[in-house]
Design a protein around this ligand. Sequence first.
Ligand SMILES: Cc1cc2nc3c(=O)[nH]c(=O)nc-3n(C[C@H](O)[C@H](O)[C@H](O)COP(=O)(O)OP(=O)(O)OC[C@H]3O[C@@H](n4cnc5c(N)ncnc54)[C@H](O)[C@@H]3O)c2cc1C
Ligand code: FES
Length: 314
Amino acid sequence: MQTGSPARTAPKLYEILSKRSPCRGGEAAGIIEMTIHAPRVAAKCHAGQFFMLRVDERGERVPFTFSDWSRDEGWIRFIFMVVGKTTSALAALEVGECVHDLAGPLGKATDVPGTGSVVVVGGGVGTAVAYPVARSLCEAGREVRVIVGARTADLLILIDELDALPLAELRVMTDDGTAGEQGLVTVPLAEMCTGGNAEQAFIVGPAIMMKFAALTAVDAGVPATVSLNPLMVDGTGMCGACRVSVDGVTRFACVDGPDFCAEGVDWDELMSRQRFYLEEERASREHWERAERAGRERLHDRCDCFEQGGESRA
Ligand SMILES: Cc1cc2nc3c(=O)[nH]c(=O)nc-3n(C[C@H](O)[C@H](O)[C@H](O)COP(=O)(O)OP(=O)(O)OC[C@H]3O[C@@H](n4cnc5c(N)ncnc54)[C@H](O)[C@@H]3O)c2cc1C
Ligand code: FES
């Protein structure tokens, strides 16, 4: 008879291996870090790419960016903010449960060409994208500075992980001054760009922050790359939902991006398209929350959105 501890059973495909609040604000902040067993996706993903996930067989596909991965152990990690129905349903899953499916890696990996210094700017949950990009630039031997911004200290993520990278500088900015320096990311960005400490910029975060950070860099003569986050439906270039205008040309963020040269981006169009389904998204979340309170078992037993034809945003 064999003795010792029993062998751990292999994780199931798309099983949630860990789940935690990655910021000081804890669960109340509505930001969650999840690690999922997805060995074939982990084997191929690179910084800046994303994947589409469905919580259950009738759920919509939502895009998330890889914040970390292990090719050896076969997992991917991402950080998401609970904003609507699907992210609420995802947040309700626990370790040991599985998401229905996950497709990726999608989009082009981040490429900041050249050999010079780079400043990486992450705003809010966008820091989850900034971290692997900064790490890969450090691995490539670039001189890397990082600026992270959040509304308040409770919402800051990945500061310890960024601190562990061989960065030339890490600046933390909060709107209310509860951590780091008080102010917007554009303040240290302007200093770095005009002071000759950044030859290129990579910027990711809310569209309004990307717009003004990109203007700051470009005004100082520093070319900027931005990672765009329009609404997406299929993530494979077929539906047109993620179209953005860059240099007056229509591009699909899911296959041509998500990274684009900032100078040509039509920011007003991006922000207006992001708001296009606000009313439907609000109604969908309210349906889900009402049904959740009613305590029914499965997501789509809990939610009458499907019967109401409320799933599509294309
Ligand atoms: C390439 C890409 C990568 C992304 N990576 C991440 C990530 O790593 N972490 C993360 O928290 N979020 C990420 N997002 C945004 C994320 O996909 C949305 O928050 C999610 O789809 C919301 O779904 P929902 O059903 O919960 O909310 P919904 O009810 O559909 O929407 C609620 C609100 O969320 C916002 N929203 C919805 N869809 C998007 C979207 N595609 N992009 C931006 N805002 C959106 C809108 O303001 C909307 O009003 C990414 C988006 C893209 C396009
Ligand atoms: S999400 Fe890009 S074309 Fe459909």
